[in-house]
Design a protein around this ligand. Sequence first.
Ligand SMILES: Cc1ncc(COP(=O)(O)O)c(C=O)c1O
Length: 334
Amino acid sequence: MNKPKGFTYQKTNDIYMAHYKDGKWEDGVLQKDDHISISVMAPALHYGQQCFEGMKAYRRSDGKIQLFRIKDNATRFQESARRLVMPPVSIETFEHAVIETVKANSDFVPDNGTGATLYIRPLMIGVGENLGLRPAKEFLFMVITSPVGAYFEGGIKPVDLVVSEYDRAAPHGTGDIKVGGNYAASLYPQVLAKQQGYADCLFLDPKTHTKIEEVGAANFFGITKENVYITPKSPSILNSITNRSIRWLAEHKLGLKVVEGDVYIDQLDNLVEAGACGTAALITPVGSITHYGIKHVFPYNKEMGPISKQLYDLLSRIQFGEIEDPNHWVTVLD
Ligand SMILES: Cc1ncc(COP(=O)(O)O)c(C=O)c1O
């Protein structure tokens, strides 16, 4: 298939659909229609009772398709569902649904060598009718796919970020799980950032506004002058599976010290390289961060820094099946 442009939705053959009713999940089916009919009073629409995941299917050079760390997405999907009082689907059901959906849409997995992938969006929503604020009794679990290219326009060229004065999540809120409310809160700051010519905004910790948290849809990391891989640790950021993988590669393949800790916004001079990482963003280098009108430019602002590049190569080569998977991260489909 042709190389998809950017991160936009393109309908594929089938979506997976399962219904939770009368206290149990019914067997899911594949369906062609990517529209659903639900009550206007569905709690997902009014109270944001929903959660989702983001993952990708990769085309290997031998033509086979593989998935990356599917169990970790399944586990996080369960954590998100529980926090929003939704019935988690089992790891096996999640894996089955994702694999069947990818197989049904295998024609849409872009060719190896294009860097493009099939994005996979598992989604759970609370349906039925509730006027008052209480959890739904019925739910839909879906898996939707779309071929995608790069998340940030310009591919892996360094991007400019601006610090947001808004928070995406509260200190003891839902920032650590993948639910729509976090993203709704991040839309306005993101639009403002784009209007000002930035690729995206960067959120600070909601309690003190002194430490970097993350980008709207990616974690943040830096490489210090001492070659330490540092990434924020906070209860209000998403526990990124990409970041977890990069931390492992940084430590075990590049021999770097890895620190999960505080990255103060007024101490950016310590960082030689900076990046955003996530399933969609992969590793996107950050060239500058603007805070209160002052632009901090990182030494690697025209091209990806050498350590970020090594991490990018290692991760993407594992994801596309070019080098051996060191940790059983990969599932190759038959
Ligand atoms: C807010 C946020 N942070 C981080 C990430 C990266 O997480 P992962 O690497 O699991 O995709 C995402 C991914 O979509 C995200 O939405």
